[in-house]
Design a protein around this ligand. Structure first.
Ligand SMILES: [Zn+2]
Length: 457
């Protein structure tokens, strides 16, 4: 416990003076502590679309074939997806659903056969999507003198309902709308905040948040990030017909923190579980996350340089303070069991979680508690309370402690992984490394310097 990372605000009262003297001047924006939105790790998994990272093609070769998804009891139509707001022939009508519109009204407006609509609504596979219209949905109808030949109704960015006339009636199928996944990369250098750097690099906030999630086990994005840190992100954008719909998943990322590079790439295992792994095939996940504060509610754009460093002035306690607005969710740093939930003198509202390996974590000054009780099992990242300033506190912040065998350890420097690292099994490892090879190259290519070409990861 003798040395502390320079620059980290530290409020251990037993910190040796020598170590204290060695501290570099605090970055003004660092003392501010809180900064950066970070979605719970769970979201990372949920958000992923399940698309394989294996065999990621080169940037200009990413269009994916659209396979029609056909209802089990509906004959395959064989029609290609064909949704467009361009090049409509004279017998095609493109309609946009307005507020309160029903298909009946829309059919009447365009002199389309209401008898046909009645037949279409009879199709059990189609009925739901014909009744549940959302304003803004696009509908394209091909007709002959009002008799419907085909009907396409946008469901979402990726799916449409398609109905075609058959010899005696209609048949319906769900089809995939063709989208194109483009791989893009960006690099940034942090001067004042991660988010400002991301903006400069043209990266949207949700993407940079996802990147922070990937590295949250190794890097405390509230306290560890420094001016001069660099990041590179290779991610997907989802396009259709020349229009970007949204950002997709991160395929690989690198974060250079205080001169130490961290790299990870996305991998989907044979069971369909998505995770990020280092070049050696080690999962980025660990028993404890570095920062037990969820930054998602904190404005993603504020400037660290403007944060006032008045907080972090409480003395005589053995933990780390995370300044954050009242109400910011506090997350369990690891899986465990709640063994205290209540008011505790100067700590105010406090939660203590007992983990394996005789490790406990403590969270104090909470404004209120999460949905937990003494004895509740909590999962890593689960909200156990909300930042506040109950007890003795000069401003809203989380006081966080980490103990092993009842002895306080500095959560910033303690070896946080009490469990064995998880490595990919041999078969998965080969697949991962083969697929990731091109991603590491892309990371290198997006970095302006080759300084880290020989770095070990
Ligand atoms: Zn404190």
């Amino acid at each position: 416990m003798g040395s502390f990372p320079s620059g980290i605000r530290h409020d251990y009262k037993d910190a040796p003076p020598a170590a204290a003297a060695k501290r570099l001047p605090r970055w003004p924006w660092l003392a501010a502590g809180v900064t950066m939105p970070l979605i719970a790790a769970v979201v990372l998994i949920l958000v992923s679309t399940g698309s394989e990272t294996a065999a990621v093609p080169e940037i200009d070769d990413l269009s994916r074939a659209a396979d029609p998804v056909v209802f089990a009891n509906t004959p395959q139509t064989g029609f290609e997806p064909r949704i467009s707001d361009r090049d409509l022939s004279g017998d095609e009508i493109r309609m946009i659903v307005g507020r309160g519109d029903s298909l009946g009204q829309m059919f009447r407006r365009h002199d389309l056969s209401l008898g046909d609509l009645d037949e279409m609504v009879e199709l059990s596979d189609a009925a739901y999507y014909l009744r549940m219209l959302n304003p803004g949905n696009e509908i394209i109808v091909a007709h002959q003198e009002g008799r419907v030949q085909s009907f396409e109704r946008e469901i979402d960015d990726f799916k449409a309902l398609r109905i075609v006339r058959t010899s005696d009636s209609f048949s319906a199928a769900l089809i995939e709308r063709p989208v194109e996944n483009r791989v893009v990369g960006a690099h940034g250098i942090i001067e004042r905040s991660l988010f400002l750097a991301a903006q400069d690099a043209g990266i949207a906030d949700p993407v940079i948040m996802k990147m922070a999630e990937i590295f949250q086990w190794d890097i405390d994005f509230l306290k560890d990030v420094r001016a001069g840190d660099e990041f590179t992100v290779i991610y997907e954008e989802i396009w259709r017909e020349g229009e970007k719909l949204k950002d997709g998943v991160i395929l690989a990322a690198e974060f250079m923190n205080k001169g130490t590079p961290y790299r990870a790439a996305r991998h989907t295992d044979r069971d369909g579980v998505v995770d990020y792994f280092t070049p050696e095939g080690r999962s980025v996940r660990k028993a404890f996350i570095r920062a037990p504060v969820d930054f998602t509610r904190i404005s993603s754009t504020f400037d660290l340089a403007r944060r006032h460093p008045v907080l972090n002035t409480i003395r005589a306690h053995r933990g780390v303070d995370y300044a954050a607005p009242t109400g910011t969710p506090v997350r369990a740093a690891g899986d465990g069991t709640v063994n205290f939930r209540g008011a505790r003198n100067g700590f105010g509202n406090t939660v203590v979680v007992e983990h394996g390996g005789r490790i406990t974590t403590l969270y104090a000054h909470l404004s209120r508690f999460g949905d937990i009780r003494v004895g509740s099992r909590v999962q890593q990242g689960q909200t156990i309370g909300y930042v506040g300033m109950t007890g003795l506190a000069t401003g809203p912040h989380l006081h966080y402690e980490y103990q092993v065998n009842g002895v306080h350890r500095d959560p910033q420097t303690a070896v946080l992984a009490s469990s064995e690292p998880v490595y990919l099994a041999d078969e998965d490892l080969v697949a991962f490394q083969t697929a990731a090879a091109s991603l590491w190259l892309q990371l290198d290519r997006h970095r302006p310097t080759q300084l880290r070409a020989t770095a070990t990861y």
